[in-house]
Write a protein that binds this ligand. Structure first.
Ligand code: SAH
Length: 260
């Protein structure tokens, strides 16, 4: 079979190290008994080969027509399960009506957008095992107090336990990316809904990290804080010093002050 020519605009960097591909595939735990796995961006199937060795029911979504043609020929057993489309836009309800796992060596240019979609579908997505730009992987997995801790870390950590598994150097890709890569695992936690107004929570987190060097008293000014609230000690802190639980409690306080 003729190989797929890597296309830069689709973020195609094909992994060439089979041992690493195997390690990524084996990091899928099958949390909460999910039976189905959706692989995002299988490319030429280096990860697919190893995902197929598990008992999980595999689906692929790939935007590149040339890759889809390649995969269709390579995996006759996946007939009807290879979806040509954009993960960010495709409606998977027909094929994935229940809980499922996401795996993949992500197109790095859209990894944040992939995670925002995961958040929207958090009741279905029980686990994510993926490779992405190391810096972003570190940020997502970072605990509070760390300079890497940011908006996506708080949002994702609210609903997932996150582990940084291992780093991957650029040389094992064709073509090598300019950045180092990292593999992480997200496992859905028990939190169904946040114990506060979630929309407001998201707004506060975003606003707080907008000016991450400022104290929350300053960065949250645009939200209109009451004088009473302004004297709260938590507002002396900066966004990066707050855990998910701290943000939840702050959301309560702000909502309450508005209702008074
Ligand atoms: N898994 C392969 C390829 C990784 S490169 C490997 O490890 O070698 C990222 C892959 O994601 C490419 O095949 C690219 O075509 C695909 N891709 C890029 N944007 C996508 C999108 N929006 N939806 C689905 N796949 C996408």
């Amino acid at each position: 079979m003729q190989k797929v020519k890597p296309k830069k605009h689709l973020g195609q960097h094909f992994l060439t190290d089979l041992h690493i591909a195997e390690q990524i595939a084996q990091s899928v735990k099958g949390h909460k008994g999910a039976q189905k796995v959706l692989e995002i961006g299988p490319g030429m199937g280096v990860l697919t080969d190893f995902l197929l060795q598990s008992k999980l029911d595999l689906y692929l979504v790939e935007i590149d027509r040339e890759s889809v043609a390649y995969l269709t020929q390579k995996y006759p057993q996946l007939a009807g399960k290879i979806i040509e489309g954009d993960f960010l836009k495709h409606d998977f309800r027909q094929v994935l009506p229940d809980q499922y796992i996401i795996a993949g060596n992500f197109p790095y240019n859209i990894s944040s957008q992939i995670f925002f979609r995961v958040l929207q579908e958090r009741d279905q997505v029980t686990e994510v095992v993926c490779m992405l730009q190391k810096e972003v992987a570190k940020r997502i997995a970072s605990p509070k107090g760390n300079k890497d801790y940011g908006i996506l870390s708080v949002f994702l950590q609210a609903f997932y336990d996150i582990e940084f598994l291992f780093s991957v150097p650029p040389e094992v890709f064709n073509p090598p990316p300019k950045v180092h890569s990292g593999v992480i695992r997200l496992t859905r936690n028990e939190v169904k809904n946040l114990d506060c107004d979630e929309k407001l929570f998201f707004r506060i987190v975003k606003q707080g990290f907008n000016n991450r060097r400022k104290t929350l008293r300053n960065s949250l000014k645009p939200l209109g804080l009451s004088d009473e609230l302004k004297s709260e000690a938590i507002l002396d802190k900066r966004a990066e010093q707050l855990s998910v639980a701290d943000f939840v409690s702050l959301t309560h306080k702000i909502a309450l002050s508005w209702n008074q």
